[in-house]
Structures are given as C-alpha cells and as structure tokens.
Design a protein around this ligand. Sequence first.
Ligand SMILES: Nc1ncnc2c1ncn2[C@@H]1O[C@H](COP(=O)(O)OP(=O)(O)OP(=O)(O)O)[C@@H](O)[C@H]1O
Ligand SMILES: [Mg+2]
Length: 212
Amino acid sequence: MSEGLFITFEGIDGCGKSTQIRRLCSYLEERGISPVMVREPGGTVVGEKIREILLDKKNDGMGPVCELLLFEAARAQITEEVIRPSLEEGRVVICDRFFDSTFAYQGHARGLGDSKVSGLNLVATSGLSPDVTFVLDIDPYEALERRGIRGEAEDRMEALGVSFQDKVREGYLMLCERFPDRVVRIDASGSREDIASEIAAKVGKMLDGRIC
Ligand SMILES: Nc1ncnc2c1ncn2[C@@H]1O[C@H](COP(=O)(O)OP(=O)(O)OP(=O)(O)O)[C@@H](O)[C@H]1O
Ligand SMILES: [Mg+2]
C-alpha cells in the first residue's frame, strides 16, 4: 500500500487558505486523486462543537490556556478519527490549519510559549506531523481588506485586530525559518492563479516522488 500525503495550510485570517485548498483539490482531481479535506478546529462531530465554543463571540471571557486546551482537544479527535486512518489508507489529506496554528496564535501571539504548546501538540497528534505545510504570508491589512470584500461577520478569533494578526504572522515566519524542510512560505499577495501554480508544482513533485 502507498503511503498517504499530509498537506496543511496555514496563515492569518483571510490570507487565502480556503481559496487555495479548493484549487489544490481541483489540481489533485485532475490527476485522478480524490483528497480528504478537513478543517481545524472541527472536522468531526465533537470537533465542530468545540469549534462553535472557540469562535463564539459571547465567549470573550475565555482564558488563553482554556483556548489552547480546546484547540488541542479538537485536534486529538480529528487526528485519530480522520487524519491518521486516511493516511494509513494511502490518501492525500489536506487540512485547513493544524498544529502550526497553535504555535503562531497561542504560543507566539498569545504568549503562552513554545514549550507548553509543543508538549500539548505532541499529546494531541501522538507525533503525527504534516509532510508539507504552506504558510500563505500576507500583510494583515491586505488580508483585512480581502475579508471586508467577502463581507462576512467576524468571529471571536478574527475580531482580535491587526496588531494581533501581525504577531501571528511573525510566529508563522519563525516556523518557516525553524522548519525549512517542511514549512514553505508562499507570498500570498500575488494572484490566485500564481499562488495555486506554486503550490501545485510543489505537491506535484512530492506525488511524483512517492513510493507507490
Ligand atoms: N490571491 C488573492 N487575491 C485576491 N483576493 C483573494 C486571493 N485569495 C483569496 N482572495 C479572497 O480573499 C478572501 C479571503 O480568502 P479565503 O477565504 O480563501 O481566506 P482564508 O485564509 O480561508 O480565510 P479564513 O481564515 O477566514 O478562513 C476571499 O474573498 C477570497 O476570494
Ligand atoms: Mg478559510
């Protein structure tokens, strides 16, 4: 049986993750591959309930550690219920956010620190790591403008403002430096088409190199 491929997308709110995931999915389907697509937090019955709690603006009294544990709880569920079994079947799994979000948001921007976050990430994933992670890097003002055009109401995380998003971005850029073999920075200020081609080229190479 061939090994699966685990791809994650990261970046600040509104950087273009959903757009690029859709495009990568079309590219894969053209190659005859039907990927498994999931999102974090969520992607399971339990996880979607946790997602509602995390994003509900009424929960503005939530402390950072509580937030961290809820994200990890949802992650543990989706890892065991969906991601690991799909990879074991040899599927390509695309995840909209995974543990790097926790480094960037809770570890760096919220200031909880790397060691607490990496310990909990390890518990939640039992050591499972993406094969490749695309960080869609963009100026928070530009992302805000894009979201404005989209015209959706903000959730609890999105309502944190540009300076918070700037810190999150900084956290992601640190990850690109720390894990250059896995985490790929993509300039997300370009056109949808150019970004999609860059991502497809990288994924195409990985698929070609897979042992089938
Ligand atoms: N390269 C691009 N150039 C211009 N606009 C873009 C580009 N990519 C995405 N958009 C637009 O920006 C908005 C945000 O994109 P998208 O929903 O894909 O981001 P996201 O990272 O998934 O956001 P969220 O974090 O809220 O889920 C959408 O209206 C989308 O059409
Ligand atoms: Mg999205």
